[in-house]
Write a protein that binds this ligand. Structure first.
Ligand code: AGP
Length: 607
């Protein structure tokens, strides 16, 4: 997610802003910039690249500038590529602003502004937001902001400076975070505590739809009825390092908790009038024409997302989908041609094997679409089409929120595919989208299954071998549960198609061997319970993951985690949260470094 900092007071604003952006680097970003009051104007210095590049540019272009008021930003690109021009801050007329979030109706607003002869110079939704604020500015900053927020749709946290009001910074948010504090040195506002904590451990969260006015003398807060509001002060005991984790012990837990927001950011921009819509991603419906098969190729967790994608695309579209491990695909001379769509999935967009698989697919004439979380990454740049996920930076080596939004991208893709091919009418598609949103909405509720998962993990601390079993989507999901557990807790586990157990592996099921059985799919629920009975009768400890409405024989299971009732096809969104928690708490209880497991890197950029 983007990083934001604003300051006005008695210190050197350039120093406060660039050092604050350094503190926010952990959030992940691809460009950085500052804007500050210089005499009677606002000067901006910004660049693609890291904060160090920005500091060098400030040293070159602004070494002698004296200023005590400014705003700074690190950009995690969503709309518009990575470039100096697209980096923040953005200026329109008398207004300069920085933004964290996504303006969903920026294209309509751009069309309105262009009718007035106002055209943007960048490809960002943020510049459009600045133009909208300026469009409503008649000398009163608060009125301009109030007029603008009536027109803007989407998530935002803005810090805004008006040329005619030097020394003042105005801020407002809707969904994206902003925290602020005031000391004798001045007023500070930021996207998270890590940039604030060096000034004060007393702070307040800017309430949504309230305007904060920062001046060297303090911070005033107004609601949209112009009534002044007293900030609710909070106190934090974190140090900077823990502040980066938002108070969580590990990034992995923070990122598990970020999944509902990551889903919202990924799904919302792809829904238009209740239908899946990729026009903003420049993915034409022609991508679906004349396809004989789809190949999904990726590594690790990303490949496991592909297994889920296979299930739903084949079920809804009825064309064959091969899921290929990228390191295998790249050396097997795959059967791929112009009638094949090769989809690569990658959080980092830099995984060497996946990149090589993409290049091979292109050599063989396949159409290529990538699902990538990092804007402008190699896999994204080299694909014909890109469906970006908006999970924000994923710091923990174990992928959680990235997997979740990879699923969301695949489901949206399959829904659009089915609609375009006429497998579903518009009304039927809207109904499926509604059911999808309902299921995805339950992920928030699954976050409260942590205590149950923690209790289960307590019993796994001394486990050396564990089995995951499932059928259909649950089998695909059990593969993800297994890699999560292995990579962070070092407990050996295997994922098995439940019906396959009796063909060998059940010989390993003896007294007290834990078996995590996924049984969310109603059409094979009875079969799954038979498999549970098979392992139970051989002494297994059974942890059952099923739906709230399932009839469970408690004598068969040592633990039952339920997910909310929903259409089976969407169950992975909720069931995976339980699996993530079990892996996380098993690692914590084993005293391991959850975020940086031994031998592993976050992005495997070499073979
Ligand atoms: C997942 O928890 C692992 N960190 C690993 O399997 C990862 O998914 C894999 O290396 C692929 O990475 P990518 O998504 O960045 O391509």
């Amino acid at each position: 997610m983007c990083g934001i900092i604003g300051f006005t007071g008695i210190l050197d604003a350039k120093e406060v802003l660039t050092e604050g952006l350094s503190e926010l680097e952990y959030r992940g970003y691809d460009s950085a910039g500052i804007a500050y009051v210089l005499g009677d104007r606002i000067k901006t210095v910004k660049t693609a690249g890291k904060v160090n590049c920005l500091k060098e540019k400030v040293q070159r272009e602004a070494a002698g500038d004296q200023t005590s008021c400014g705003i700074g930003h690190t950009r995690w690109a969503t709309h518009g590529g990575v470039s100096d021009l697209n980096s923040h801050p953005h200026t329109a007329g008398k207004v300069t602003l920085i933004h964290n979030g996504i303006i969903e109706n920026y294209q309509e607003l751009q069309a309105e502004l262009e009718k007035k002869g106002k055209t943007p110079v960048s490809q960002t939704d943020t510049e459009i937001a600045a133009m909208v604020v300026d469009d409503g500015y008649d000398g009163d900053p608060v009125k301009a902001i109030k007029r603008a927020v009536k027109r803007l749709e989407g998530a935002y946290a803005f810090c805004i400076m008006f040329e005619e009001f030097p020394g003042r910074i105005y801020c407002i948010r809707n969904g994206s975070p902003l925290v602020a504090t005031y000391t004798e040195k001045g007023a500070v506002i930021a996207s998270d505590l890590v940039a604030l904590i060096k000034y004060s451990k007393d702070y307040f969260v800017l309430p949504e739809h309230h305007i904060a006015e920062l001046t060297p003398d303090g911070i005033r807060l107004f609601n949209l009825l112009d009534q002044e509001v007293e900030p609710k002060m909070l106190h934090v005991n974190w140090d900077t390092a823990s502040a980066r984790k938002g108070g969580y012990e590990y990034f992995m837990l923070k990122e598990i908790h970020e999944q509902p927001e990551a889903l919202r950011r990924t799904i919302t921009p792809r829904l238009k009038d209740g239908l899946p819509d990729f026009s903003a991603d420049n993915i034409p419906d022609s991508i679906f024409e004349g396809l004989h098969k789809i190949v999904i190729t990726a590594c690790g967790t990303a490949m496991h997302a592909g297994l889920i994608g296979k299930n739903l695309i084949e079920k809804w579209i009825r064309i064959p989908v091969d899921v290929e491990i990228a390191s295998e695909f790249r050396y097997k001379d795959p059967i791929v041609d112009e009638h094949t769509l090769v989809m690569t999935i990658s959080q980092s967009g830099e995984t060497a094997d996946t990149l090589a698989a993409l290049r091979l697919a292109k050599e063989k004439g396949a159409r290529t679409l990538s699902i990538v979380n990092v804007k402008g990454s190699s896999i994204a740049r080299e694909s014909d089409y890109v469906l970006y996920t908006h999970a924000g930076p994923e710091i923990a080596v174990a992928s959680t929120k990235a997997y979740m939004v990879q699923l969301a991208a695949l489901y949206l893709f399959a829904m659009r595919f089915a609609f375009v091919l006429g497998k579903r009418t518009e009304e039927q598609t809207k109904a499926v989208v509604k059911s999808f949103l309902n299921a995805v909405g339950h992920v928030e509720k699954m976050l409260s299954s942590d205590e149950q998962a923690e209790e289960i993990s307590e019993r796994l601390v001394k486990t050396e071998d564990l089995f995951f079993i499932g059928r259909g989507l649950d089998y695909a999901l059990s593969c993800e549960g297994s890699i999560k557990l292995k990579e962070v807790s070092y407990i050996h586990s295997e994922a098995y198609a439940a019906g396959e157990l009796k063909h060998g592996t059940i010989s390993l099921i003896t007294d007290n061997v834990p078996v995590i059985a996924l049984a969310t799919q109603k059409d094979v629920y009875v079969k799954m319970i038979s498999n549970v009975k098979e392992v139970r009768s051989r002494g297994a400890k059974v942890i059952l993951i099923t739906t709230e409405d399932a009839l469970v024989d408690a004598s068969l299971c040592d633990h039952v985690i339920t997910i909310p009732e929903m259409e089976d096809i969407f169950a992975p969104f909720c069931a995976v949260v339980a699996l993530q928690y079990i892996a996380y708490y098993a690692a914590v209880k084993r005293g391991l470094n959850v975020d940086q497991p031994r031998n592993l890197a976050k992005s495997v950029t070499v073979e």
